[in-house]
Ligand binder design. Sequence first.
Ligand code: PEP
Ligand code: MN
Length: 278
Amino acid sequence: MNNDLPELGILRRSWTAYADPSTTHEVEVAGVRIGGATPVVIAGPCAVESLEQTLAVAAAVRDAGASLLRGGAYKPRTSPHSFQGLGQEGLEILAEARRRTGLGIVTEVLDPRLVETVAEFADMLQIGSRSMQNFPLLIEAGRSGRPILLKRGWSATLTEWLCAAEYIALAGNRNIVLCERGIRVAIGADYAKSVLDLQILEPVRRATPLPVIADPSHATGDAALVPTMSRAALAAGAQGLLIEVVLNEESRATARSDARQGVTPDVLAEIVAAVAVA
Ligand code: PEP
Ligand code: MN
């Protein structure tokens, strides 16, 4: 089987030094190498909701052994009536969390006009599932010089996903980490938010040297399923995990987005321990 996708140019597996399928183009984020021998755990709240909440979760994430802190200041919400994120204030809170914990920051950028601003605060820019084919955003993000976390659109094919990465690469930035975050299927809505597409991980690794991680939080929408799906993703070829965290059950009750899927810090610590022996 020819593993090169014809649509890909510079990101195909045969690209320069990466013809050997066991090699990965490692992406460095704030001193953390993604795609190396050790899988990386990126963890944090869905949204930055307040200074207090973010600092508490950030400290818990660091103590649990995660390598990078995630959290959205700009939130892509299905309903315009839902909490949209704290915006600029959220970015400043994330910067404070980095000062206190030393963890690099991964945060989403939604709007091409805000790439420069978000890039000032972020160590890695997240392009969300809904934005995967926002081509002007991909190009701006590529120009920012920051490493990019590119989530798969929930109905994107492998080719569409990798072509989105190719837009970023053509804008001058190959420091891209792919993230499988669940796909929509006709069944499934009665037991989980979407379905973690474990079987795409290996074809991704055959097609491109970019690292690929998995997000069992958004795929399942259910904290109870996250530990098992984390282990499954690593077994299937994921080189890291993106995990949402709530501080405790009390803060789950008041969380303003994705409350059900956040794991508590003790569960995160178990996942990190499982990753270390994977
Ligand atoms: C998120 O990471 O909080 C998020 C909104 O993810 P996705 O784009 O995968 O839905
Ligand atoms: Mn979320």
